[in-house]
Design a binder for this molecule. Structure first.
Ligand code: FE2
Length: 628
């Protein structure tokens, strides 16, 4: 008689426990154990506990293949689901095999757990497992059907603000050191410029070596703002001039407001990295076509003219930030990677085990945000563009999204931002990219010793093919691979996926309250048309242009919700669920964690030297997946 020891761990979340009868059968290459009820003295399967049970078999089961788990009603008690974390089976020969589950089990459900080493499909050598895997994938595809980038389905007072001071009254309900700083400094040009580097949208400016023909800035206009004796031509040559061109917004119809269409500008903003290493806005044109009614504003214009020009640039920028950089490029692309993985990989596949923890809660938050953030009263729907305009903006942005722009090193080079000073998003982001890349390389090379292993892995090929077709809409010009030929390609793509759902999402998400809760600094809605001449505006114009009291409160509430963290937040690089059984990937995870923790210390030390610390890419502040 052979005895198998089972250690059964119930999840530690609320209501994870069950009173129901649990039967288990262990299946190996030598046969099946007796179907055995797991029943010790006292209550079994209590939240957060591990129970030990013995299962007998008349003969040795050989190599362990599956553990079958059945849950049957106890008396007439109502259904209660059970969260089974894992079962570790120790054989009579002393070998311990991990069978991860990490899911809820309902009554009458037949759950078969796969254990042991991670395996690619073609490595399965037992007919039972080949069959099991085939059925698993059919079921998964049926369950997670209808994958597409769902771009569709995506308070009350109407009084205007009497003064900026009044606005502060609602502001103080919740604040951070940074949000207070923003409320004090939002009008200052150097702070305005710094936000294109280290605030929530560090994704848009480019080095400018030649002015676009539709932005006729002259030497005379900007000379006073450049280093004495220098010229625009000279500064462009030196690489000190940068451009934010918002042409993507051009022609998108804004929503109606009190029966009239709102105004969204497709502006151009020229910036200068000055000898003090500060990035200063030096010229703004609010529409693409130059004309007499489309003046170029400069910092020496009347204060409120210049402020309004900066506010309109920021308004378009904030809509781009939310719709494109935040929702589309992190949340919605993550959803594509997630759904494709759920449909394409067996749970025992090594890349599923690697990726799955980085997809936690993403489908949930995206489903929820389609009804809240994007719903009729959500912040994005009451923006100047409104729901239809935001959707159109995402559609335009998706058609020009390239794979290389999602890879930070290429993104920084393409925008010519390798050497602009005080760009902490770039410094920290590139470091994180490399740390993730080393980890992914170790894991992928361990499971794929050669390119031919990549080519014959049908589950992996299915995954990338679905992403290409449904995420990048089959657009070859995007540069997204439709299939993988080499180990190198797989490493790069998975690095990009993990970087996107951890670091990139943190960079565009975590500063929203800091930078956008002071509405004058970044408003999704501006109610008045942009200025067409100089010298006509006043502080009254600014207050009439800003959202009214009710709208401001609504925007702030959304910003608040979007930066609250869950109490069970999982920081980047931590893997509370044990999915890998073999020592090699476990060791790689440890090294990854050590790298992240060392990097976190260097960020903390660096930030002590800064007036405005950049914290969003500190690994302790980054989540392991997109959950909010
Ligand atoms: Fe988010």
């Amino acid at each position: 008689m052979a005895e198998y020891k089972l250690e059964v761990t119930t999840g530690n979340m609320t209501n994870a426990s069950t009173f129901d009868h649990i039967h288990v059968t262990v299946i190996g290459t030598g046969g099946e154990s007796e179907r055995t009820e797991l029943d010790n003295y006292g209550a079994d399967f209590k939240t957060g506990t591990t129970g030990t049970y013995i299962i007998k078999s008349s003969l040795s089961l050989g190599k362990l293949l599956l553990v079958k788990v059945e849950k049957d009603p106890f008396l007439f008690l109502p259904e209660n689901e059970w969260y089974l974390s894992k079962i570790v089976v120790t054989t009579p020969e002393g070998e311990a095999v991990l069978f991860p589950c990490y899911r809820w089990i309902s009554r009458g459900e037949l759950v078969e757990l796969r254990g042991g080493r991670a395996l690619k499909g073609f490595e399965e050598d037992h007919p039972l497992l080949i069959d099991h895997r085939k059925k698993e994938l059919i079921l998964k595809r049926r369950f997670y059907h209808g994958i597409e980038l769902k771009l569709k389905g995506l308070y009350g007072s109407t009084e205007k603000w009497e003064s900026i001071e009044d606005m502060k009254k609602i502001f103080w309900q919740k604040k951070t050191t940074m949000s207070e700083y923003v409320a004090e400094h939002w009008k200052e040009d150097d702070f305005y410029g710094s936000q294109f580097l280290n605030a929530v949208n560090p994704n848009v400016i480019k080095r400018c070596s030649e002015l676009p023909p539709n932005f006729p800035v002259t030497e005379e206009m900007v000379k006073p703002f450049l280093e004495e004796g220098s010229s625009l031509q000279e500064e462009m040559k030196k690489g000190n001039i940068f451009l934010y061109d918002q042409k993507k917004m051009d022609g998108i119809p804004p929503r109606a407001y009190n029966g009239e269409p709102l105004h969204v500008t497709a502006g151009l903003c020229l910036l200068y990295s000055n000898p003090e290493n500060k990035l200063m806005p030096i010229a703004i044109q609010l529409h693409q076509q130059p004309s007499a009614e489309n003046p170029i504003f400069v910092p020496s214009d009347p204060e409120t003219d210049w402020l309004l020009a900066k506010m309109f640039i920021k308004n378009a920028d904030f809509m781009d930030h939310q719709a494109v950089q935040h929702l589309m490029k992190t949340h919605f692309l993550a959803e594509v990677y997630t759904l494709s993985a759920l449909r394409s990989f067996s749970v025992v596949h090594p890349l599923y085990k690697l990726l799955f923890p980085h997809f936690r809660y993403t489908l949930y938050i995206n489903t929820r945000s389609r009804t809240t953030l994007l719903g009729p009263d959500g912040a994005l729907s009451i923006s100047s563009l409104g729901f239809d305009g935001m959707t159109e903006l995402m559609r335009r942005a998706l058609s020009e999204t390239t794979y290389s722009s999602l890879c930070l090193p290429e993104n920084i080079t393409a925008r010519g931002l390798e050497s602009i000073p005080n760009f902490y998003y770039r410094d920290d982001g590139l470091k994180l990219w490399n740390i993730i890349n080393s980890f992914v390389q170790a894991v992928v090379e361990y499971y794929y010793p050669s390119d031919s292993e990549v080519r014959k892995d049908t589950e992996l090929q299915e995954w990338i093919s679905e992403i290409f077709t449904h995420g990048f809409l089959g657009n070859k010009a995007s540069g997204c691979p439709a299939s993988f030929q080499t180990v190198k390609e797989v490493i790069k793509f998975i690095t990009m996926v993990i970087f996107t759902v951890t670091a990139q999402h943190a960079a565009v998400n975590n500063g929203q309250f800091d930078y956008c809760s002071w509405i004058p600094n970044a408003s999704l809605l501006l109610r008045n048309p942009p200025p067409t001449t100089k010298g006509q505006s006043s502080m009254k114009t600014i207050l009439e242009t800003l959202p009214n009291v009710g709208e401001t409160s609504s925007f702030r509430a959304q910003g608040w919700i979007l930066t609250e963290k869950y109490t069970d937040m999982v920081p980047m690089g931590t893997y509370p669920e044990e999915r890998f059984d073999e020592p090699a990937p476990k060791q790689m995870i440890k090294e990854f964690q050590a790298e992240l923790s060392y990097f976190s210390e260097t960020i903390v030390a660096r930030n002590l030297q800064l007036e405005l610390p950049y914290t969003y890419l500190n690994p302790t502040q980054i989540e392991n997946s997109i959950t909010i």
